[in-house]
Design a protein around this ligand. Structure first.
Ligand code: G3P
Length: 224
């Protein structure tokens, strides 16, 4: 889930096969001025040990990024994935941090070259920004498929964690194109599971059942 909203994380942890939560400064901003470390620790506690927390650095120099990462790992634990935007400073930081076995989510990926370099640098996840790519006339499906091809051909451990979705259709396209994981805002999960066509189908079943058996369910129906 691509959110820092505690209520949504608690809710959807019980509904979807959640494997982790991704955050960045823009996602955190949506929650107002929370206590950064406390807020993310709350999320980490909700996630438990089976789901991963991805925390983004904010420093913009290589040295600063490495220092941000060390602080993130000190506070949230070594199993945390650190999100690093892929530019020169970020890539240089990944080279250093991979020497320390840090788990990396390479983010802000719009182009094939960013992704190829992040794969080569040993990123654990690549986060291509699907909707933003499409808005900039960059074919996200083609690039995700190209990443997947290189990962398979070179037998790399990197996984694609596509992000920046604005429609349910985009999520499906990204998975079809080869994204092994996706991170989405809760509103899109709701959209995908609670749309009118789905709810209408369920309401029709309820109506048909109740028109024959009254207001019962299978568990409350008396045997005949
Ligand atoms: O994880 C990246 C994502 O938060 C960016 O999404 O909607 O700002 O393009 P968006």
């Amino acid at each position: 889930m691509d959110t820092a909203n505690i209520a949504e994380i608690k809710k959807y942890k019980e509904i979807i096969p959640l494997t982790g939560v991704t955050t960045n400064p823009s996602i955190l901003k949506k929650e107002g001025r929370t206590a950064f470390f406390d807020h993310l620790l709350k999320i980490k506690n909700i996630l438990g040990t089976k789901c991963s927390l991805h925390v983004q650095v904010v420093a913009t120099t290589t040295e600063g990024i490495v220092q941000d990462v060390h602080k993130i790992l000190d506070v949230f634990g070594k199993e945390t994935y650190v999100k690093i935007p892929i530019n020169e400073a970020g890539l240089a930081a990944i080279k250093i941090l991979k020497g320390e076995n840090v788990k990396i989510t390479a983010t802000s990926i719009y182009t094939a070259i960013q992704g190829y370099l992040a794969i080569a640098a040993g990123a654990d996840y690549l986060a291509p920004y699907y909707n933003r790519m499409m808005n900039n006339n960059i074919d996200a499906n083609k690039i995700i498929a190209a990443f997947n091809k290189v990962i398979v051909r070179e037998n790399k451990p990197t996984k694609i964690l596509a992000a920046s979705f604005h429609t349910v259709g985009q999520i499906v396209e990204a998975i079809d194109s080869g994204s092994q994981a996706i991170t989405v805002n809760p509103s899109l999960i709701k959209e995908g599971l609670e749309s009118h066509i789905i709810n209408d189908a369920i309401a029709d079943f309820t109506h048909d059942w109740e028109s024959v058996y009254g207001q019962t369910t299978i568990s409350t129906l008396t045997s005949e």
